[in-house]
Design a protein around this ligand. Structure first.
Ligand code: PLP
Length: 342
């Protein structure tokens, strides 16, 4: 059956007509030589939004994370992050394959670490141990149900890492969701970090793009790796034009996605098929199936027969994400399909 109600991810949006039109008159040049005016304008805008000196347009968020890890570390170093981090579960082993680093996963509560946990994870300097070198945090925490790190806690964790001599990197795939949910500017969340990025292909609805920001020195190093890994492009102004359009038109409306996610969570919490729903702060709903429902994979298949897509993120755990291309009618279809699981 065709997908009619796509809650699989906020990456499933199609570019709007207005977004496609924004490409038409965009001035373009060779991005590889930093000569694309629209891409340069996007980089400058994101650097400012994140309170950083410079920024770099990249095809994907994965490339932002992987380049940042490569710049901040040397082979054999250790990266501290939560066990549920995207860099661990969904980047195809990139940190090991591309940077030769070890991961030091820590069990965070709702995708968040405490300063004490970071302190405990940092290894004392020793010729026998890997060098603790980098802390990576996710804002919002994807597998924790789009949970928002409170600003004070995020700052405290970053400060602890820096005091121990670590570099800090913020995975901001959904940082703007955190900004909209809290009213706190993205730059405030990024303040304790040496590098941070935002995605354009999640809630902002673009087909391509993420921008990585940091100090001028960090971005110079990031450029080198981007070119080395084949990430340098040409007339990216057409893509950057869509991203600029999204910054102007698709940020405030993330509040609609959040309201829809809260509404879905409230309604499905009452279903016998649902044992519990994680608290919803942004656009991600994570629900555990009760004994009245089949396991996650079977549930996903039953939902797909009704044109509803979701992600299985645990044996009996489903993830549903709201975005530009789903509204109240799709939410109603999702709720009824879940109510018919059996
Ligand atoms: C938290 C998080 N980080 C990184 C990424 C990677 O972004 P991309 O899909 O653009 O590579 C994602 C993608 O969903 C994500 O959810």
């Amino acid at each position: 059956m065709d997908v009619l109600h796509d809650f699989y991810s906020d990456t499933q949006t199609r570019p709007t007509r207005a977004m496609r039109e924004a490409m038409l008159d965009a001035p373009v040049g060779d991005e590889r030589h930093e000569a694309c005016p629209t891409t340069n304008a996007l980089n400058a805008r994101v650097a400012e939004m994140l309170g950083m000196e410079a920024a770099l347009f990249l095809p994907s968020g994965t490339m932002c994370n992987e380049i940042a890890i490569a710049v901040h570390t040397r082979p054999g170093d250790e990266v501290i992050c939560t066990r549920e981090s995207h860099i661990i579960f969904a980047e195809s082993g990139g940190p090991a394959a591309l940077s030769g680093v070890m991961m030091h996963p820590v069990d965070g509560a709702r995708g968040m670490l405490t300063p004490a946990q970071v302190e405990a994870a940092v290894r004392p300097a020793s010729a026998h141990a890997p060098r603790s070198r980098l802390l990576v945090c996710e804002q919002t925490a994807n597998l924790a149900g789009g949970a928002v790190w409170p600003l004070a806690e995020l700052n405290a964790v970053a400060e602890t890492a820096r005091a121990a001599g670590l570099a800090t990197h913020l995975d901001g795939a959904r940082l703007l969701n955190a900004q909209v949910a809290t009213g706190i500017p993205a730059a405030e969340f990024a303040r304790g970090f040496d590098s941070a990025w935002i995605a354009f292909t999640k809630g902002l609805g673009c087909p391509v793009g993420a921008v990585l920001a940091g100090s001028s020195e960090f971005i110079a190093d990031a450029w080198l790796i981007k070119r080395r890994w084949g990430g340098a492009m040409r007339q990216t102004g057409v893509l950057a034009a869509m991203c600029l359009y999204a910054l102007d038109h698709h940020v405030a409306r993330l509040a609609d996605d959040h309201a829809l996610a809260r509404d879905i969570a409230r309604r499905i919490a009452e279903l016998p098929q649902i044992a519990g729903v994680l608290p919803v702060q942004t656009n991600i709903v994570i629900a555990d199936l009760s004994d009245a429902a089949p396991d996650g994979r079977t549930a996903r298949a039953q939902l797909a027969e009704k044109g509803v897509t979701v992600t299985v993120v645990g044996h009996r755990r489903l993830r549903m994400v709201t975005h530009l291309d789903v509204g109240p009618a799709n939410a109603a279809a999702l709720v009824s399909a879940l109510a018919e699981l059996g």
